[in-house]
Design a protein around this ligand. Structure first.
Ligand code: FMN
Length: 438
């Protein structure tokens, strides 16, 4: 722990990824404590009391999820979700790049809590360098006796496999992820059953995000009360925010949950770069509703306050949008992403994401037609909550909020098209009057 940073203390350190450095700074003492003096149930209780919420997007309490594994289960699997494909999100790669042992230690302790004997670290395929780095760290952990049979003489054994994803956003969804490791298409399953009951090979399986697991060693070493000293009552702990956009200091920040946006924006990010003005922010990765500059300035960055403001904390991928960027231009890029990444299983998502993209693309090109805005809204109505997984909703949430909050920008593009048509008719001597947008 350094300057209130329990997760990012070794960020930026050239040698922070090495086992010797991690051990020198207290690494693997939490594992020794858990295996030496705590039962799996006690580990789970400690994490539950800490109120650690999943950092992969949904914010579900980790300890509670672990409690869903049936008591009599003989084969339990553990998956570390390092797929990190949400646009704007780049925190897990920092954790694994600068400090892989922290996540590995947290994953071993968490696997112990649910009695798992096999743990996969599922890493996004494009992260080639990271896969090598994590593989080397896993080898170091095996060599030091932190993995394998009879870890530290405790009688508990765990094997760990680093699995390379093929680079599909949908494989970050937990059941898509499990299917892809089983060798199937990376497509989600209908839930229930939830993986904690029936997951990998039909056995109980826990999937947790990298950041969630990296928080576990601190909780076990220092106790749930120490963890709760950070953050708020309902959103305890610290959070990594990956910030992109034209702020003076973009990057990955660890701050306590509940910090006011205003303070974060001015004191940490340094405000906007010269010549730019804040227009809007998407706080939780691209899949959540956008907030205007006015809406976000007085909001605290925790799960409850953001929900109250009409958005979600999500993955903490904060996209800062300047006045100089057109919202139709931006949403076109996002809709292209969701259309490209839809797995195609569900018709509303497969077709809907494509339609949304097609319409915003023609609007952006000045080729929109009357009724396009209403068409976007109707398509969203036919997509939300009607599919196997929330990828469809992930496209609908930003789309709806962009139209709702920045409607004049969409309208202006349609008016521009209408004006161009009118102008060309006028040039041909056809219309009576010419209409230009104001
Ligand atoms: C389309 C889609 C993509 C997702 N991508 C990720 C991802 O890259 N990383 C991640 O941790 N969770 C991702 N999730 C959430 C996972 O399904 C799951 O909730 C999470 O890994 C659970 O971990 P947590 O409880 O620690 O947050 C995604 C969900 C959806 C619907």
């Amino acid at each position: 722990m350094k300057d209130g940073r329990m997760l990012s203390a070794r960020f930026g350190r050239v040698d922070g990824h090495r086992l010797a450095v991690y051990e020198r700074e207290g690494g693997y003492t939490a594992l020794r404590k858990a295996l030496g003096s705590m039962s799996p149930a006690e580990v789970r209780e400690e994490v539950e009391k800490a109120g650690l919420r999943g950092r992969g997007g949904a914010g579900f309490p980790a300890g509670v999820k672990w409690g869903f594994v049936p008591k009599q289960a003989e084969q339990v699997y553990f998956f570390v979700n390092a797929d990190e494909s949400e646009p704007g999100t780049f925190k897990d790669r920092y954790l694994l790049d600068y400090d892989p042992h922290q996540t590995i230690e947290g994953s071993i302790i968490s696997s112990y809590a649910v009695n798992a004997a096999l743990c996969f670290i599922y890493i996004r395929g494009e992260f080639g360098w990271l896969i090598d780095r994590v593989n080397r760290a896993v080898d170091e952990a095996y060599a030091a006796g932190y993995l394998g049979r009879d870890i530290l003489g405790s009688g508990y054994g765990l094997e760990m496999i680093v699995h390379k994803g093929a680079g599909a956003y949908i494989c970050g969804e937990e059941t898509g992820l499990i299917n892809s490791v089983e060798g199937r298409k990376g497509q989600p399953n209908i839930k229930p059953p939830f993986p904690a009951v029936s997951g990998f090979l039909g056995q109980p399986t826990i999937v947790n995000n990298v950041e969630t697991l990296a928080s576990v060693p601190f909780i076990i070493n220092d106790g749930f009360e120490a963890y709760r000293r950070f953050g708020t009552e309902k959103s305890p702990g610290t959070k990594l925010w990956s910030v992109s956009g034209p702020v003076k200091k973009p990057g990955v920040y660890e701050v306590p949950l509940g910090i006011p946006f205003r303070e974060f924006f001015h004191d940490h990010l340094g405000g906007m770069v010269e010549g730019e003005k804040l227009k809007a922010v998407i706080v939780g990765g691209s899949s959540v509703p956008v907030l205007t500059a006015d809406e976000i300035m007085d909001v605290d960055l925790d799960y409850e306050s953001l929900a109250e403001a009409g958005t979600m904390l999500g993955s903490g991928g904060m996209i800062v949008i300047p006045e100089s960027l057109g919202m139709v231009e931006l949403i076109e890029v996002l809709m292209h992403f969701y259309w490209d990444e839809s797995c195609g299983q569900c018709t509303p998502c497969r077709e809907g994401t494509g339609w949304l993209h097609k319409i915003v693309k023609r609007m952006r090109r000045g080729e929109g037609v009357g009724g396009d805005i209403e068409r976007l809204e109707t398509i969203c109505d036919g997509m939300a909550g009607l599919t196997i997984c929330p990828l469809s909703d992930a496209a609908v949430m930003p789309m709806r909020s962009f139209v709702e909050k920045f409607r004049p920008e969409f309208e202006a593009l349609i008016e521009k098209k209408a004006a161009l048509v009118a102008a060309s008719r006028w040039a041909r001597g056809e219309p009576e009057k010419q209409t230009w947008p104001s």
